[in-house]
Design a binder for this molecule. Sequence first.
Ligand code: NAP
Length: 518
Amino acid sequence: MKELASYVVGKWVKGSGKGAELVNPATEEVLATTSTEGLDFGAALDFARTKGGPALRAMTFAQRGEMLRAMSRAIHAKRDELLTIAQQNGGNTRGDAKFDVDGASGTLAAYADLAAELGETHVLVDGDAIQIGRGARLFGQHVYTPREGVAVHVNAFNFPAWGLAEKAATALLGGMPVVTKPATSTALVAHRMMEIFIEDKLLPEGALSFVCGSAGNLLDLLGGQDVIAFTGSSITAAKLREGRSVLREGVHINVEADSLNAAILGADVEDGSDVMNLFINDVAREMTQKTGQKCTAIRRVYVPKDKTEAVLERLRERLAAIKVGDPLREEVTMGPVSTAQQIKDVREGVKKLESCAKIVFGSTTDAAPIGVPQGKGFFTTPVLLHGASPAPNDAAHTHEVFGPVATVMPYDDVKGVASLVAAGGGGLVTSVYADDKDFIRSAVLALAPFHGRLTIGSSKVAGQSLPPGMALPQLLHGGPGRAGGGEELGGRRGMALYMQRTALQGDRALIEAIAAKK
Ligand code: NAP
């Protein structure tokens, strides 16, 4: 049995005790165990702060970018191996695994490109210089410099590769050392990535540490220059926000949590049009990619009442073509959910949704998976529900089912649909499909305060539109309210968590020289 280790204080360290089991969710075979019992997290944090931090801060943005590029290339060079691990431990189809692993290398590469633009400098300039005196000499300028602590990254089970890379890319480019912790259940791919980074000696000592298993007291040991970036459930997020270091030491915490992402079909969209096809494709893909275990997956689908039957019909057709089973088999297009807990939550969650909607396709208990031993694995089919009379406080607007499940609901007008979407309490992304400019404008203005990202699928971009569920390194990922209130990525915006913004006042020439210093 493979026993995983953590990489702390510059070496691989195994915890004691029995350890948690990592399984193949298709067969329930145990693949590895891991434990962090007995690890000295205080020493791990000190090592990162005293070795990794100074080494990173001595590098320019351009140099840190080269490091990120090397990390991206190293992942790409071992792509096949990583994809197979993701398939085995995450229940991913090959396509799902690519979304995670290529997302990881792509995000590191995008941040390497940004670093090249920032060049041979150490200070990030924020906005233009502002004249604050009567004369032309006295100026103010906001600048960012790296925080002198450690960035602790706690990730969710669904994107072990991308989660590690997208957070590490922004923190390392910002000049902060990272202690990264994947969710234990699907940690194998992140563990292998870490081995690759260490084998290839891609980072300065202490720049990247890896905790494989429970976080123990790690977060309680943080101080005022440290940062937490968390992705996971709102229940865990609430616990972390109440942690000693957040409450007493002012540790910055960024939270990416649940989200009831929506898709809205405009009344002007005709059946058979490019926009309708885009809408159907997006909904079907977002429901089933990664077995619906994406924080950005579409959970709520709003359509004008007179189009409901046509939309349900087309979605049913698409979902009927999904082949559920062991994701290592080529014909399978949707694997299991990742853990025993997940399948239990999906089944209970669909029951909750049934209080306000009827199942019109699928079942969480009769998946009949292809190529799987009888009775094994954490499988469900996609489940589509229809809620004929949506209300803001019903389960479709308050409960996230983290699986291949969505609810189609009718709406009357833009005001009505915007208030239903807002009842979800704040989300990561919502997509609007229409060509009617007035409808789009009203919808965007009403939806924007409740979202970190909106996508507009109109006929002019239907052929090149990117899936709403794809978080891009250039654009913000995060959302207000139930989505956690966090902001990640968004190019240089993502680095703000890892850098202190300071207003400098003084002689303009001096300030400009500081900002430009190599
Ligand atoms: P989770 O149970 O909250 O776990 C998330 C992470 O927190 C794991 O690494 C977990 O470690 C760790 N953790 C749990 N309790 C902790 C504690 N007391 N102290 C420190 N760390 C702790 O969430 P999940 O089940 O993995 O993820 C699913 C949820 O994440 C969904 O609700 C989904 O919406 C959300 N999500 C959001 C985004 C986004 O970007 N907004 C992305 C993906 C997922 P262990 O695994 O070791 O317990």
